[in-house]
Design a protein around this ligand. Structure first.
Ligand code: UPG
Ligand code: MN
Length: 731
């Protein structure tokens, strides 16, 4: 065990995953196979005028891309590290001498982010195992909604019973919505209190939902708190004055829970919005929160969660502190990112939402190269680093509380804070550029994390046994495609921005980390080679033109080897990280769909943005769905339902393969003779796999009658396009 200079034992431990020799051998063999494939391509390129020359070149380019991209992905698998913390040492060493923690919850729309969900998240973070006088929770409401404010007010009352209950019985999770979803288990003496608090919660839930459903806050409620006066004018979502309300002032001796303990500070904030002022989405909200919180509580440690992502583990503040407060290494770290998990994933993860290969493998690999990305929710930050300070190796984590204003009254604080969140406050300042989260990128989190790492800081990936945070994953295919369009578009824009991991990152972060960032930055361009591979081989099979070596040819071996071995490896890895076999298969399908029907749009919009025609937007992911849709989701039936362009693309690619296969087979049997089958085997396999993976699409077109089926028009379009392949003049 390492001991620091001062003779203190460390607060955390880093373990390297051993036994990677086999993996590295596998890697080298695939690399060799890929090289052979490329050699084959170069040696056998059809002569000018020969059929299939352009297809050949297209496939070769795709293979070069896949090979290159595959090398990049290896960087994330090269050196996996795992972290564990010693919270008992932290407690022994520092007792209650711990820093202030400011927690930011962001919400933006009371319709697609229901207030009851938002406040359950708020309550879960209020109930952390941490000295409450050091805890402040801020809600940023970009919806500027009095309904959300009302729910928040209710939460501040319910907290008086909820926090002592959580701490007395040490319950998990501490989101009341999640907790009461489970039926009661525990000793009898707890049951009475459990029932009582459940009754309270359900009462609150009813009131909030009825106000939310009616869309207006009734007058008798408005009289209960002076804060509602902010909505007396004609404040709307996109046009209102700055609002800052301290609902619970932790400095106030009277602000106590039912057991007499101090309550955490609780602040509602809706930054000023004006119709013609761009508000920079979540990044703008976060920067406002940074300023407001520095005025009110000024905690040294920050936690950011999305409104749907509740804390599922009440110990993670202390875990994070084990990294920041470690005597030897603590000063290096800017942020500690926890994985994002979801509590609404179906058994076989229908839409591949859990991205387990990323959270269980990739990010441990990134940690081995200097630290994971900042991915928005579930991330602990050191305040200075987020404010743009460079790591000068003297940044000892502030143990004692930072300056906090104990003299001013709450309303004086509110007034000062309001001035910090006006539309004009950031004009002619470095906010959004050198200070705070970066503006102008749909993935404000990733670009901000990268620039922090380029400032000399490291980050940590902490993946505890008990999940740290659980969120709501999208439940329709359309939502997934939209979310991934935002992500892939944002990541690609980072590559093209002045903060590019390739150029700006040079000599600032390690080569390994540069490669890891590129994996995500290049999601969008992967769409083109995937489209090539899904379309070209079937069409050429239909026309009887072989694009791959004959089975009897020894050049067939590298193709067979690379395809088989990487598929088997992918399956094994999927099972290792926790997918069911079907879940793995679903995830393959979703990757295909993202590459066919989400990333191309990201590519297109990025191109428009580069030439200055478009501006990037942030489409918020819906966290609610109708009962019908939910029922289908729970039965693992893919939701289509409309004739949108992405679905037309998916359907067309899906239909093309079997159509080409059947027509091509007929041609083989009657025209060419089955003897030429051997030279077509790879193309047949591609048609077969694409058809198999698309079984749900055929079902959605031909069998299903529910509202989530594919409209007949889509079926007709896709069939027409596929038949068109028959008359396509190939050269
Ligand atoms: O103008 C806006 C838009 C969004 N949000 C909030 O940002 C969060 C994330 O939005 P969501 O629609 O849920 O996006 P996701 O794709 O689920 O979010 C992931 O990706 C985003 C970047 O694309 C990050 O901001 C998030 O933290 C990360 O969890 C939510 O709490 C929103 O309320 C705002 O506060 N203001
Ligand atoms: Mn979300």
């Amino acid at each position: 065990m390492g001991v620091s200079e001062k003779g203190e034992s460390p607060l955390f431990e880093t373990k390297v995953r051993e036994g990677r020799t086999w993996y590295k051998l596998y890697m080298l063999s695939v690399l060799l196979g890929t090289c052979l494939i490329l050699v084959y391509r170069a040696l056998h390129i059809p002569a000018n005028g020969e059929k299939g020359r352009w297809a050949w070149i297209g496939l070769s380019m795709a293979e070069i891309w896949f090979g290159f991209y595959w090398i990049l992905t290896q960087s994330a698998r090269w050196n996996l590290v795992y972290r564990c913390t010693f919270k008992d040492r932290l407690s022994m060493r520092y007792k209650d001498n711990l820093p202030g923690v400011d927690i930011f919850v962001c919400t933006a729309d009371p319709k697609i982010e229901p207030p009851i969900m938002v406040i359950s998240t708020v309550l879960s973070v209020m109930a952390y195992e941490y000295p409450t006088e050091k805890l402040s929770v801020y809600l940023s409401d970009d919806g500027g909604s009095d309904i959300t404010f009302y729910a928040f007010l209710e939460a501040s009352r319910f907290a008086k019973a909820w926090i002592p209950f959580c701490k007395k019985f040490k319950i998990e999770p501490r989101s009341p919505a999640a907790y009461f979803k489970e039926s009661y288990s525990g000793p009898d003496d707890k049951l009475v209190e459990w029932m009582e608090i459940k009754r309270l919660y359900e009462g609150m839930e009813r009131s909030i939902n009825s106000v939310a459903n009616s869309g207006v806050v009734p007058d008798d409620i408005r009289k209960q708190h002076k804060g509602f006066s902010e909505w007396n004018g004609n404040a709307t979502r996109s046009d209102h004055q700055p609002i800052v309300q301290i609902l619970v002032d932790g400095r106030d001796e009277g602000a106590r829970d039912n057991e007499g303990h101090v309550l955490p500070t609780l602040v509602y904030m809706a930054r000023e919005k004006r119709p013609h002022r761009h508000h920079n989405f979540k990044a703008g909200a976060m920067n406002s929160l940074l300023r407001v919180s520095s005025e009110i509580s000024n905690g040294a440690l920050l936690l950011n969660v999305d409104c749907d992502m509740y804390s599922n583990n009440s110990e993670t503040i202390k875990d994070a502190l084990c990294f920041f407060m470690d005597e030897e290494k603590g000063h290096e770290f800017a942020f500690v990112q926890l994985p994002q998990h979801y509590n609404n994933i179906t058994k076989n993860d229908l839409y591949g939402n859990s991205l387990l290969a990323i959270s269980e493998i990739d990010f441990h690999g990134l940690d081995g190269h200097g630290g994971p990305l900042y991915i928005g929710s579930g991330c602990y930050h050191r305040r200075e680093s987020l404010l743009g300070k460079k790591d000068d190796k003297t940044c000892k984590f502030e143990l004692v509380e930072k300056e906090r204003d104990y003299k001013s009254t709450a309303s004086a604080l509110e007034d000062r804070a309001k001035n910090l969140v006006t539309c004009t406050f950031e004009d002619n300042t470095q906010w959004g550029n050198k200070v705070g989260l970066k503006y102008g990128c749909p993935v404000e989190d990733v670009i901000t994390g990268l620039s922090i790492q380029c400032n000399g800081w490291k980050s940590v990936y902490f993946n505890p046994q008990r999940r740290g945070f659980l969120g709501v994953a999208p439940v329709t295919l359309e939502q997934i495609l939209i979310q991934h369009k935002r992500w892939s578009e944002g990541d690609l824009q980072i590559l093209l921005s002045r903060y590019s991991p390739v150029s700006y990152g040079r000599n600032k972060i390690t080569l390994g980390l540069q490669m890891c960032y590129s994996i995500y930055c290049l999601w969008a361009p992967c769409s083109i080679p995937t489209l090539c591979y899904a379309i070209i081989p079937p069409i050429y099979f239909l026309h009887g033109i072989s694009l791959f070596p004959d089975v009897s040819d020894s050049w067939f071996l590298p193709f067979a080897y690379v395809i088989t071995v990487t598929s088997i490896y992918s399956l094994l890895e999927g099972l290792e990280v926790g997918y069911t076999p079907k879940g793995w298969w679903n995830e393959q399908r979703i990757w295909l769909y993202k590459r066919l029907a989400s990333y191309p749009f990201a590519l297109f919009d990025t191109a428009l943005k580069q030439i200055g025609i478009a501006k990037s937007a942030f489409v918020i992911t819906a966290k609610v769905a109708s009962d019908e849709v939910l029922k289908r989701y729970e039965k693992e039936v893919i939701e289509f339902g409309s004739a949108s362009l992405p679905f037309v693309i998916i359907a067309t690619v899906a239909v093309l393969s079997p159509v080409c296969f059947i027509m091509g087979l007929v041609r083989l049997l009657f025209v060419q003779g089955v003897g030429s089958m051997g030279s077509m085997l790879v193309q047949v396999i591609i048609c077969g796999v694409v058809s198999l993976i698309n079984l749900p699409v055929y079902e959605a077109m031909l069998v299903r009658q529910d509202a989530g089926r594919l409209p007949t028009s889509v079926a007709l379009i896709s069939l027409t396009v596929s038949l068109f392949a028959y008359v396509l003049p190939l050269n």
